[in-house]
Design a protein around this ligand. Structure first.
Ligand SMILES: [Ca+2]
Length: 222
């Protein structure tokens, strides 16, 4: 009896020890974090950009505006890392329709990725949301989650750029952040949209986006 309980205790102890070893071996430690690129375009710096173009929106120099065209930034000589944290601040202009799938107006996708791999695809909606009618968006989640328009925004009180240029609350700012496995000393970050508005004579005026800031951090996590 005494022997049995002692071996039972020993087994329990080994079991606990196993859990401790398991958890400590799984715990990841952030060993270094370094900002390797940060650009809000205030210095008119488009070094490394493809399809870079600047304009001033609400007294702020931003890159854009864009409509279903790729923009990318290539960074070289990155320090040693195994993860990249990419943060992209975008301005969503005018009449984005979010998730609804129809032949005229949506979904209105925005996406980005690194090198040749898309890592995040979502939708945005600047459209009205009422109890009986709502054009949902996926952000802050990936497509196809249903969130109310402007969910996760960091600023919503700017006017539109073109078709709703005279109307308040038709440009919405988001700060989109993702940590991605990556270790090469070179990276190409691309951003693009697939906007649909077949009934518009000028789709880029109907809905577009701009780039307000790009920040890249190189992380080492072990
Ligand atoms: Ca649309």
């Amino acid at each position: 009896m005494g022997f049995g309980s002692r071996s039972g205790g020993l087994i329990a102890l080994l079991f606990l020890l196993g859990i401790v070893i398991l958890f400590s071996s799984c715990a990841e430690t952030l060993e270094s974090e370094q900002v390797v690129y940060s650009n809000n375009f205030s210095k008119l710096d488009l070094a490394g950009f493809e399809n870079g173009k600047l304009f001033i929106f609400q007294n702020d120099t931003v890159a854009g505006y864009y409509h279903n065209e790729e923009v990318a930034v290539k960074l070289d000589n990155l320090p040693s890392h195994n993860l990249l944290k990419v943060t992209i601040d975008i301005l969503v202009h005018d009449s984005w329709d979010g998730n609804p799938e129809d032949s005229i107006s949506g979904p209105d996708y925005w996406f980005f990725g690194i090198d040749n791999q898309e890592t995040f695809r979502t939708t945005f909606s600047n459209s009205p949301c009422e109890s009986t009618y709502c054009l949902y968006q996926s952000y802050p989640n990936a497509y196809f989650r249903q969130n109310v328009p402007k969910s996760g925004a960091i600023q919503t009180n700017m006017p539109g750029l073109c078709i709703f240029g005279a109307f308040a609350n038709y440009t919405t700012r988001y700060s989109i952040s993702q940590i991605i496995e990556h270790s090469n000393p070179t990276v190409r970050i691309f951003m693009d949209s697939e906007l649909k508005q077949t009934n518009s004579p000028d789709p880029a005026c109907d809905e577009s986006w701009s780039l307000a800031k790009v920040t890249v951090e190189a992380l080492i996590v072990n």
